[in-house]
Ligand binder design. Structure first.
Ligand SMILES: Nc1ncnc2c1ncn2[C@@H]1O[C@H](COP(=O)(O)OP(=O)(O)OP(=O)(O)O)[C@@H](O)[C@H]1O
Ligand SMILES: [Mg+2]
Length: 271
């Protein structure tokens, strides 16, 4: 089943915030979801309401070939999660080297996750290139690149659009086809923000998946350990629209439970 990868060449742009909301909204809509954290900051768990004292994780022991099923935790946000785990910096470097040498350490269990019927895997990642992202990117159905509506992000847009952020040649072209961009922290009353949004829309066309406005409610939600899931509020509404676009782009079928409750529609030729 589908893999959605949140990534960015830049840090602090909202990858974890948007990945956490996406996975929780999909769960609320009745999908079976699994959140996977590839970032040694191990922050996705905090967005999903897990205690900071929870130190266990999946990526942090990936070189021991762990069984991922035994390491998932149920989060207060109603989402199953494979956290990175709390890992010392030196060990993080060792894990990166191990994954560079053997991407299958991660690719094999992720393929196993994707073999689970109707399970959607939503992946959060560290900023910039990493061995973990290289291992899973070829398996992604949709790569959501999060950028800001600022000059730094605008300068990266051509690389993102052509796939050159992933390297060169055929692989980069293949990744570009599956890449979509979300602009975060957009301020429509700011001339720079509005100009970047406009030129991104022109350059990316339908590959601009959404725009999320700058809204302190998002930062405050994290401080209060909850997510903005009901679409009320400026950023919350933008995020719901972004998830709608992700569902369309990744061709996520409605969850089977929902479909069966409207089974008569098939008889009427409506499905
Ligand atoms: N649309 C927004 N409006 C206001 N604040 C936001 C918005 N999106 C994210 N933030 C805030 O920006 C900060 C960075 O967000 P987040 O941690 O999700 O970024 P990231 O890309 O995952 O960072 P990193 O590269 O370190 O992993 C957080 O404090 C978050 O609450
Ligand atoms: Mg993050």
């Amino acid at each position: 089943m589908p893999l959605l990868l949140f990534t960015s060449p830049k840090g602090g742009v909202g990858k974890t915030t948007l990945a956490a909301h996406t996975v929780a909204i999909l769960a609320k809509r009745g999908h079976r979801v699994l959140a996977l954290d590839l970032d040694p900051q191990n922050a996705l768990r905090l967005h999903l309401g897990v205690s900071i004292r929870e130190e266990a994780g999946f990526l942090g022991v990936i070189d021991h070939r762990p069984d991922w099923r035994g390491l998932t935790i149920d989060t207060p946000a109603g989402v199953r999660l494979l956290p990175f785990g709390s890992v010392e910096p030196r060990r993080t470097l060792q894990l990166g080297m191990a994954l560079l040498d053997a991407p299958e350490l991660l690719a094999a269990p992720v393929r196993d996750m994707l073999a689970e019927p109707s399970l959607i895997v939503v992946v959060d990642s560290a900023p910039g290139p990493s061995a973990a992202v290289s291992a899973v990117a070829p398996l992604a159905d949709l790569v959501v690149v999060v950028l800001l509506a600022d000059a730094g992000s605008a300068s990266l847009m051509p690389q993102v659009a052509s796939g050159r952020v992933y390297g060169r040649g055929t692989l980069a072209g293949r990744m570009a086809d599956r890449t979509a961009v979300v602009l975060n922290q957009v301020e429509l009353d700011g001339p720079l923000s509005a100009a970047v949004l406009e030129s991104a829309a022109a350059a990316l066309g339908s590959r601009l998946l959404g725009a999320v406005c700058r809204d302190e409610a998002l930062a405050e939600a994290l401080a209060n350990r909850h997510l903005l899931l009901d679409g009320s509020g400026a950023a919350a509404e933008d995020i719901v629209l972004m998830v709608d676009a992700i569902q369309t782009r990744a061709k996520l079928a409605p969850p089977s439970g929902r479909r069966s409750s409207f089974s008569a529609l098939a008889d009427w030729g409506l499905r």
